[in-house]
Write a protein of this length. Structure first.
Length: 216
């Protein structure tokens, strides 16, 4: 059903559906890394906290991949969901702001590597950090260069690993540079125009969410 609604049109998926598909994709990618070839809707439910009926409904368009008693074929489901989320075969370039403790950890790790995300630029204002190699082949660039680099590299996501006090300014500059997705690690409440999406990552909030399931 979702497949039919999304394929062949530029129509957007409802936010809830897109969010659930992303969660299924996350679990499926982990399962794949662990060498699993099939997964049941019951297991997907346990890992995503989405109820199995909802999962089966969401994935009803993938009927031929879901076999009773066997579950879904992980590879097939990953590629179908990527197609629907329009991430199949695409590379999404990320610019990271702040090369401090968190920024260096992000740049040096593979946390954004799944699903085609790649950190292609890192910016800082601290002269001591500019030029520093955060990953082989990736050096910290001066913040003043952000606009030019964003255009040249086709950056679509800005990740904020800067102090909260400067996060709004960086967000404003990103919006002015045409970036429409901001992943915010700082605690600042960011004001952005409606066409811009801000995702704030907070381990404490994620833990609260986990606690909610534990307590009920
Ligand atoms: N959500 C999380 O999981 C999580 C975890 C750790 C830290 N944080 C937050 O991430 C942010 C960074 O934390 P940290 O420990 O790495 O701090 P840090 O002080 O080590 O690093 C911050 C870096 O930002 C740079 N910076 C300052 N202004 C800038 C600007 N305008 N443009 C680009 N770079 C700029 C600084 O020079 C510094 O290198 C903080 O807001 C912190 O609260 C979030």
């Amino acid at each position: 059903m979702i497949e039919r609604a999304a394929q062949g049109s530029r129509e957007r998926l409802p936010l809830g559906v897109a969010a659930r598909l992303s969660r299924y994709l996350q679990v499926l990618t982990q399962a794949k890394k662990m060498g699993r070839s099939t997964i049941s809707s019951q297991e997907l439910a346990e890992y995503t906290h989405v109820n199995p009926t909802q999962i089966r409904r969401d994935l009803s368009g993938f009927g031929k991949f879901g076999k009773r008693g066997v579950g879904y074929n992980v590879d097939a489901l990953v590629s179908q969901i990527r197609k629907i989320l329009r991430t199949a075969g695409r590379r999404h370039n990320i610019a990271l702001f702040g090369a401090g403790r968190l920024g260096q950890a992000i740049a040096g790790s593979e946390i954004f590597a799944d699903h085609g995300f790649r950190v292609v630029a890192v910016f800082d204002v601290d002269p001591d950090k500019i030029g520093m190699e955060v990953r082989p082949g990736l050096r910290v660039q001066p913040y003043a260069e952000m606009r030019r680099v964003i255009e040249e590299e086709g950056v679509v996501v800005g990740v904020l690993a800067v102090p909260s006090s400067v996060a709004q300014q960086v967000a404003d500059d990103l919006v002015a540079a045409g970036v429409r997705i901001i992943f915010n690690y700082s605690e600042a409440l960011l004001q952005v125009p409606p066409e811009v999406t801000v995702h704030t990552s907070s381990p404490a909030v994620d833990l609260l969410y986990a606690l909610y399931f534990y307590l009920t």
